[in-house]
Design a protein around this ligand. Structure first.
Ligand SMILES: *Cc1c(COP(=O)(O)O)cnc(C)c1O
Length: 416
């Protein structure tokens, strides 16, 4: 194999001195990543959970090509276009309840930044400036920018490294089990006058540790938000678009947030696009004859027509196959085939929800070596800390999924 010269690149979440060399992808297809040397990997994580229908979906590509010829991009200030008009309507139609105002952006972190800005300014516009803190939870992940770092899990978000730079925000343990609710409510009782909102990733805290909680927990938090006059922000960037078995995770709790953030699978894994969606109550608080009351935000590439066209195409694709039964099948197969991992001494927990399968270890001494073992077995799985997880495309074949689950079992079985 030719040496890859990647000296001009700085890779994400990578200790560049000690990490394995990156692989060089040549093309993708379905659930496969084809490397330049011809090696084929079965993708177990759908490119960070984006490629929900598999790579290179012909329908999405066709729609993208058409949009590319007409208008790949145009500024969104003072100009709208059909792909964004259509997408905003469609998102409002599939989102629960009264969520009916869409603010587009270009990445998940920015869509969360926008959600935080909307929440804080909502209270400013209501003359309650002191309600400006955002409550979040241990195990959470909401992005890598400075405002979002402050609401991530303190260790994962590297709060201590940046403690003199980031705005300090209250981060609490999720109030489960039930007995911790008293402490949680005591905190709200004392601090609600300084809180703008609570933010959580519903049902599954993803990048912070693939930690599951119940719909009841969400219903409880929703109730506390109402009780203490806090906005409820759901970050569905990971869970949105079918990943947990319902179209949105909040559907399973039958709750309607005040603000929701979407990205990752929004375009079926083809283009960078994100959205922050809210309701009339919040939107109306920004209406005034005064300019200062408006939302002063506008990413250069917001509402990118090519991205919106891909998102519309991805929503079409959801209507073209029975993705729900695919996710059910995947859940069933993950449960069955990951179950034997429970008998391995280094495995702490195996859990499955929708098309998410997690094998959590007690500890892992050599993460880089583990990644190498997976590649050797022709699968693409990216464990982090003590978490090995699968989030395949909903269109993955049972055979490819078996290769993923069996590889995890076999590698762990022989792990020294
Ligand atoms: C990935 C992710 C983000 C950040 O999105 P980026 O596009 O990487 O900025 C935020 N919240 C959740 C829940 C995510 O999974």
């Amino acid at each position: 194999m030719n040496e890859i010269d990647y000296n001009s690149l700085w890779l994400p979440y990578t200790q560049m001195q000690t990490a394995n060399k990156p692989l060089k992808a040549a093309k993708t297809l379905g659930s496969r990543i084809i490397l330049e040397d011809g090696k084929e990997l079965v993708d177990g994580i759908a490119s960070w959970w984006t490629a929900c229908h598999g790579y290179n979906h012909p329908y999405i590509i066709q729609k993208a090509q058409k949009q590319l010829e007409i208008m790949p991009h145009i500024m969104f200030g003072g100009i709208v276009h059909q792909p964004a008009l259509e997408l905003s309507k469609r998102l409002c139609n599939i989102l629960p309840g009264d969520l009916n105002k869409v603010f587009f952006s270009d990445s998940g972190s920015v869509s969360v930044e926008v959600a935080l800005k909307i929440a804080v300014q909502f209270w400013i516009n209501h003359n309650k400036k002191q309600k400006n803190k955002i409550l979040s939870f241990f195990g959470g992940y909401h992005g890598d920018t400075f405002a979002t770092m402050a609401i991530c899990d303190p260790i994962e978000g590297m709060h201590s490294l940046f403690k003199n730079v980031i705005t300090k925000q209250p981060v609490l343990p999720l109030p489960v089990p039930a007995h911790s609710k008293a402490d949680f409510e005591k905190f709200l009782e004392k601090n609600h006058n300084n809180l703008a909102a609570i933010i959580i990733e519903p049902l599954v805290q993803g990048a912070g540790g693939m930690i599951f909680h119940t719909p009841e927990t969400l219903q409880y938090l929703n109730k506390q938000c109402k009780r203490y006059d806090l906005l409820f922000i759901l970050d569905e960037i990971f869970t949105g678009f079918g990943r947990t078995g319902s179209f949105f995770a909040c559907d399973q709790a039958d709750i309607i947030p005040d603000i929701i953030t979407l990205s990752k699978a929004l375009t079926g894994g083809t283009m960078a696009l994100a959205a922050t969606v809210t309701n009339d109550l919040i939107y109306n608080a920004f209406l005034s004859t005064q300019y200062e009351m408006a939302l002063m935000h506008g990413p250069t590439f917001m509402g990118n027509p090519l991205g919106c066209a891909c998102a519309n195409a991805s929503l079409d694709v959801f209507e073209q196959y029975s993705w729900r039964s695919n996710v059910e099948q995947i859940q069933f197969q993950l449960e069955k085939e990951l179950a034997p991992c429970r008998n391995l001494p280094l495995v702490k927990n195996v859990r499955v929800l929708g098309a998410i399968g997690v094998v959590e270890l007690y500890k892992l001494n050599d993460l880089e070596q583990l990644k190498q073992e997976f590649i050797k077995a022709n699968v693409w799985i990216r464990p982090f800390r003590t978490i090995i997880y699968l989030t395949p495309a909903f269109t993955i074949s049972p055979k490819d999924l078996s290769l993923l689950t069996h590889t995890i079992y076999n590698v762990l079985k022989h792990w020294q």
